[in-house]
Ligand binder design. Structure first.
Ligand SMILES: Nc1ncnc2c1ncn2[C@@H]1O[C@H](COP(=O)(O)OP(=O)(O)O)[C@@H](O)[C@H]1O
Ligand SMILES: [Mg+2]
Length: 271
C-alpha cells in the first residue's frame, strides 16, 4: 500500500490560558489516503480548526506525530515547511481571506509568489479562475463579487499551485445553500476529476454528505470515523459558472426543491 497522505499519531495541542491548559487536541489519531474526500465534523470548540492548522503546517503539535507523505513535519525547518505549504498544500478559508483592493486574478496570482518563473503566473492564475467558472470576473475586486464568487476565487487560489492536498475550514460557513452547493460541486470535482485529497471541516450535514468519509471530533479526540457513499453534488447553475462540474438541466429544481437533500447517507454524528 502506498504511503498515506496524512498520518496522525496521538496528536496533541495544548494552549496555555493564564493558569489553565486547554487541550485543544487530546490524542487525535487518523490516517488519510491519497484521493480521499474527508469531512471533519464536531461541535464548536472540539478542535477542528486546531487540527486543520496543524494539517496545513501553520501550527505544530505539542505532542504526538504528524507524518505528511511519510515525512515527520515536527522535525522540519521553517523554510521546508513554507516550501511544503506553497507547493503541496492548498487552503480554503471560511471568510475567503482575499485582499479587497486586488483583483480576483491578482489574488490568485499572489499564491504563486514563491515561483521564480515569472511569466507563467498570470496564465496559471487565469487557468485556475477558469476552472472555478470565474474567468469572466478576473478583473473584479472581491467587494464586487458575491460571497459564493469570492469563495470560488479562494478555491482558485488554493488550486493554482496544483497541490495534491486541499484543506478547507468551513468553506461554506458564510454562504446560502445554493452557493454552498456550487462550492461543494467545485470541491468534489477537484477530488473526483483531479484525484486531489480533500479535507473539509463543516457544520453542515449537506456538505459532509458529499465526502466519502466523515470523522467526528469531540474534546480534541476522534470519536467516530466512518466511510459513506458520497452524495454526488449537482451544480445548481449552468456550465458557464462551473466548468468541470457535473451539471444537469434538472439541478436548480432538484436543489431548491430538496430532492438532492437527504439522499441516502448515514446520519453522521456531531452535526
Ligand atoms: N490560540 C489559542 N489559544 C488558546 N486556546 C485556543 C486557541 N485556539 C484554540 N483554542 C481552544 O482550543 C479548543 C479548540 O478550538 P478550535 O480548534 O478552534 O475548535 P473548533 O474549530 O472545533 O471550533 C477551544 O477550547 C478553543 O478555545
Ligand atoms: Mg473552527
Amino acid at each position: 500500500m502506498s504511503t498515506p497522505v496524512i498520518e496522525l499519531q496521538e496528536l496533541r495541542r495544548e494552549f496555555r490560558m493564564g493558569d489553565e491548559i486547554v487541550h485543544a487536541l487530546d490524542g487525535a489519531s487518523m490516517t488519510i489516503e491519497e484521493g480521499e474526500m474527508v469531512a471533519i465534523v464536531g461541535r464548536s470548540g472540539s478542535g477542528k480548526s486546531t487540527l486543520m492548522n496543524i494539517l496545513g503546517c501553520l501550527d505544530t503539535p505539542t505532542g504526538g506525530r504528524y507524518l505528511l507523505n511519510g515525512e515527520d513535519i515536527t522535525e522540519l525547518s521553517d523554510d521546508r515547511l513554507s516550501e511544503i505549504r506553497g507547493q503541496y498544500l492548498g487552503f480554503v478559508f471560511q471568510n475567503y481571506n482575499l485582499l479587497p483592493r486586488v483583483s480576483a486574478l491578482g489574488n490568485v496570482e499572489l499564491a504563486l509568489h514563491y515561483r521564480s518563473r515569472r511569466k507563467n503566473k498570470r496564465a496559471l492564475a487565469m487557468e485556475a479562475l477558469d476552472r472555478v467558472g470565474l474567468a469572466h470576473r478576473a478583473n473584479h475586486r472581491p467587494p464586487e463579487l458575491s460571497g459564493g464568487e469570492q469563495q470560488r476565487v479562494g478555491i482558485a487560489r488554493a488550486l493554482v499551485s496544483d497541490p495534491r492536498l486541499i484543506l478547507a475550514d468551513e468553506p461554506t460557513g458564510n454562504l446560502d445553500s445554493r452557493s454552498s452547493e456550487l462550492i461543494m460541486a467545485t470541491i468534489q470535482s477537484l477530488n473526483r476529476e483531479d484525484g486531489r485529497t480533500m479535507v473539509i471541516v463543516t457544520h453542515d450535514h449537506e456538505v459532509a454528505s458529499a465526502a466519502n468519509r466523515i470523522i467526528s471530533l469531540e474534546d480534541g479526540r476522534v470519536v467516530d470515523d466512518r466511510r459513506i457513499e458520497a452524495r454526488t453534488v449537482v451544480s445548481p447553475v449552468g456550465p458557464h459558472s462551473a466548468p468541470g462540474v457535473a451539471t444537469s438541466p434538472l439541478s436548480p429544481k432538484a436543489v431548491d426543491g430538496g430532492a438532492v437533500r437527504g439522499v441516502t447517507t448515514p446520519d453522521p454524528q456531531g452535526l
